[in-house]
Design a binder for this molecule. Structure first.
Ligand code: SF4
Length: 383
């Protein structure tokens, strides 16, 4: 099996930018990006990120806001924050060199067994498993086992350690990743092209797609949210999410972060009070201009974009009601103006980027060819 996998890898592995380097820092960055993101989505981000932060020292010295801006659109922003903390630790403890031992790697912020195994095996040729979803699926099918539970995961780990006890452990891990991504795919495995088909119990049974067993996921929760588009000084008003909440530090349209059904959306008066508390501006809010949909962390969010006019005569000094306070995510009375021509890249939440794209599509800001969403515009996809 080892020989077949290496032959498969040598004959035509995927040509990915992080496979053209042996720099452990770059391999670490790529593996962190790939934790929740597809390869095709990660590639342009990886290239920009490495150009901007070419080594651990440059990332360690960077402002978190700049790193989040470079990550903007990839989602799961705790990965970016952890990567900065990891690089600071690498600089402080290891003189700027990524440590080699799996236990040292696992002790770094945000580096779990998979990432540690991938970096240790690919960059340092340690025989360490890198068990991701693709590899787990291949192992499930080889053994015709449902693949659920921690005991199974441990067994897969043992199997991989056995397999990696030869030469080229990094290439073997990558061969299994490629096999899962390109041949042993979830719905239609191409068994006739598989280099390990004669070892495969699921194929012998005749229905490899049965494995791994399907896990029933909980239903998505429906959430309504609202962003208010306030045009000001040739741009659009944005507010920053405070510390201690998901997506802390990201910028977005002022408004209501999310109300779960059946409580339903706030009325216009409630939205105006929330926006006033967030921005320090008295704003009259109008009707819905556009709606965008966004799914994140088991929530399906419908975000209505409403118009907002700064109206110094409007009086929104009333205190927020409890329900308004709980959804406002307040970092009170601070805002910035995003302009298509002058604003440096800000870390924008994916929902905000979708909102700006909708604003651009309808040309609600009259910015013509200078598109707000083009400041940072890439789609985000789960791996
Ligand atoms: Fe997957 Fe088919 Fe190969 Fe088995 S033979 S590992 S099911 S592609």
């Amino acid at each position: 099996m080892r020989r077949s996998l290496l032959r498969f890898y040598d004959r035509g592995h995927r040509d990915l930018p992080w496979r053209r380097t042996s720099d452990p820092y770059r391999i670490l960055v790529s593996e962190v990006m790939l934790q929740q993101t597809t390869v095709s989505t990660a590639i342009p981000y990886y290239q920009d990120f490495i150009t901007r932060f070419p080594d651990a020292a440059s990332l360690a010295a960077a402002r978190e806001e700049d790193v989040l801006a470079a990550w903007s659109g990839l989602g799961y922003y705790s990965r970016a924050r952890n990567l900065v903390r990891t690089c600071r630790e690498i600089v402080a403890t290891y003189g700027g060199e990524v440590p080699q031992r799996p236990d040292q790697l696992r002790a770094l912020p945000g580096v779990g067994p998979y990432t540690a195994g991938a970096v240790a095996s690919i960059a340092f040729s340690c025989p360490e498993p890198a068990l991701d979803g693709n590899v787990a699926r291949v192992l499930c099918r080889l053994a015709a086992t449902p693949g659920q539970g921690s005991a199974e995961r441990r067994r897969f780990d043992d199997t991989l350690r056995e397999l990696l006890r030869g030469r080229r452990p990094g290439d073997l891990n990558q061969a299994l990743m490629d096999l899962g991504a390109t041949v042993c795919t979830p719905r239609r495995p191409a068994c006739s092209r598989c280099p390990v088909r004669r070892h495969c119990a699921a194929r012998s049974e005749g229905a490899p797609e049965k494995y791994p067993a399907i896990v029933k996921r909980p239903r998505l929760r429906q959430v309504s949210a609202c962003g208010v588009l306030i045009r000001r000084k040739g741009g659009v008003v944005l507010v920053q999410r405070p510390e201690g909440v998901p997506l802390a530090g990201m910028w977005e349209l002022p408004g209501v972060s999310g109300l779960e059904e059946p409580s339903g959306p706030l009325d216009v008066g409630g939205i105006e009070r929330v926006v006033a508390a967030q921005t320090g501006l008295s704003v009259s809010v109008s009707g819905i201009l556009a709606s965008v949909r966004h799914t994140v962390m088991r929530k399906r969010i419908v975000l209505d974009i409403r118009g907002g006019m700064v109206d110094p005569g409007a009086r929104h000094s009333h205190p927020l009601r409890p329900r308004e306070r709980s959804t406002a995510l307040l970092l009170p009375r601070t805002h910035r103006i995003l302009r298509p021509d002058t604003t440096p890249a800000l870390p924008l939440s994916t929902a905000c980027r979708k909102s700006l794209a909708a604003v651009d599509r309808l040309d609600l800001c009259g910015t013509g060819r200078q598109r707000l969403s083009r400041l940072q515009s890439r789609p985000s996809t789960r791996r």
